[in-house]
Design a protein around this ligand. Structure first.
Ligand code: GDP
Ligand code: MN
Length: 380
């Protein structure tokens, strides 16, 4: 789960990381009101959206007067950045930038540890630096049992040539990121840029935190920071129905029980030359109402022209799934072809229910995937 910059900064503030004073505004008037209260200039007006590269997109602007704050807030509120409409701006005290550093901490699946990533080339996309200038990036893996060690902090400090007066606060900033990652089950924390000002202070000018979705149940206060305006609407609806759904770009809507089986189904669709429209796991229970919700979600994507069901009936009974599919199809008035592979508990009953309907039953998942691709491409 992703949160806004202003929310990430609130969390960082509690750990003692040094940040510019800032206030949130949801309208031009509110932005102007904050600017008057903050009184000194320059101020920075920053779009709050769940995406990077706001600077390049015109979503970060410096203002030297109340009039400029008004003009920038007017331009930024309502602007679209990578398809997301800006509804909030952060009004922040401007910082005199001398140097921009990148400081990040991510869970690295390959090394199975958190890894600090530091670079003197801050302020730009770190992926770009990694591609063009990999020597400017230092990675420091943290052994979970030991935590961040002093020698590792020193390595980062020397790599970045942090001036003497700022070395203690730089070390504290690294430790703060480690604490946030561990305490809140974050999967990524990024300060880009971490600024050294002309007055030789260390200030976090941008902040990003991603949380591990699987740990959210342990942190209800994090769940409250969710902003559904920023999320794919179909994925929001899926979450409300306890269905795991990820939208993709293909034409074959896949409905599967079990995440592993869902992945295998998508692979098969690809292997036969098709493109899945989504990942979807209806979960173990797969009640008729969950099936109905899943079918509605998958078919809300206008690109979907064929449905592929792959259900392995263990706890879930095939006849109830078949019933659910028929009911749901009628309810939403679905016309596109449905191909299914339905095996396991009460498979025979399910087959009886479906004979005489135009649902295409295939005996194996490979054949079902191939049939779905054929129908989707119109060569059936
Ligand atoms: P991003 O583009 O979404 O990553 O947004 P950032 O918050 O990182 O802002 C982009 C760039 O705007 C930064 O790298 C800085 O160069 C610049 N910037 C942000 N805040 C300030 C500020 O207070 N003063 C100045 N002079 N520049 C700023
Ligand atoms: Mn940034």
């Amino acid at each position: 789960m992703n949160i806004h910059e202003f929310q990430a900064k609130e969390i960082m503030r509690q750990t003692g990381i040094s940040l510019p004073e800032g206030r949130l505004a949801e309208s031009v008037d509110q932005a102007v009101h904050h600017a008057e209260a903050m009184s000194r200039f320059p101020l920075v007006i920053k779009a709050q959206v769940h995406t990077g590269g706001r600077g390049k997109a015109g979503g970060v602007k410096l203002a030297r007067s109340v009039d400029e704050v008004r003009a920038h807030a007017q331009a930024i509120l309502g602007m679209s950045i990578k398809g997301i409409t800006v509804k909030k701006v952060l009004i922040e005290r401007g910082v005199d930038i001398d140097r921009e550093i990148y400081l990040g901490l991510v869970i690295d699946r390959a090394s199975k540890t958190p890894v600090f990533i530091v670079s003197s080339s801050g302020g730009v996309d770190i992926e770009e630096v990694a591609a063009t200038d990999p020597d400017r990036i230092l990675k420091i893996p943290i052994q979970p049992g030991l935590g961040l060690c002093d020698y590792q902090v020193r390595r980062a400090i020397y790599f970045l040539s942090i001036p003497k007066e700022l070395q203690v606060s730089f070390g504290l900033t690294m430790r703060a990121l480690e604490q946030i990652l561990m305490e809140w089950d974050a999967s990524l924390i990024e300060i880009n840029p971490l600024v050294i000002t002309e007055h030789n202070e260390l200030v976090a000018c941008d902040a990003k935190i991603n949380f591990d979705d699987n740990a959210l149940m342990l942190h209800p206060e994090i769940e409250q920071l969710r902003d559904e305006n920023e999320e794919e609407p179909l994925e929001v609806e899926a979450r409300h129905n306890e269905v795991n759904y990820v939208k993709l770009d293909g034409r074959i809507g896949c409905l599967v029980n079990g995440a592993g089986l869902a992945m295998a189904t998508m692979d098969l669709v690809q292997a036969y030359g098709g493109e899945p429209a989504n990942f979807l796991d209806v979960g173990g229970a797969a009640r008729p109402d969950t099936i109905a919700a899943a079918l509605r979600i998958v078919t809300s994507d206008p690109a979907v022209n064929t449905i592929l069901f792959n259900i392995f009936g263990g706890i879930v009974r095939c006849d109830r799934v078949a019933e659910g599919i028929l009911k749901a199809r009628e309810m939403i008035g679905l016309k596109i072809p449905i191909v299914m592979r339905l095996v396991g508990t009460n498979e025979e009953k399910a087959r009886e229910l479906l004979t005489g309907t135009d649902l295409v039953m295939m005996p194996t998942m490979a054949e079902a995937a191939r049939k779905a691709v054929e129908l989707s491409q119109g060569v059936a």
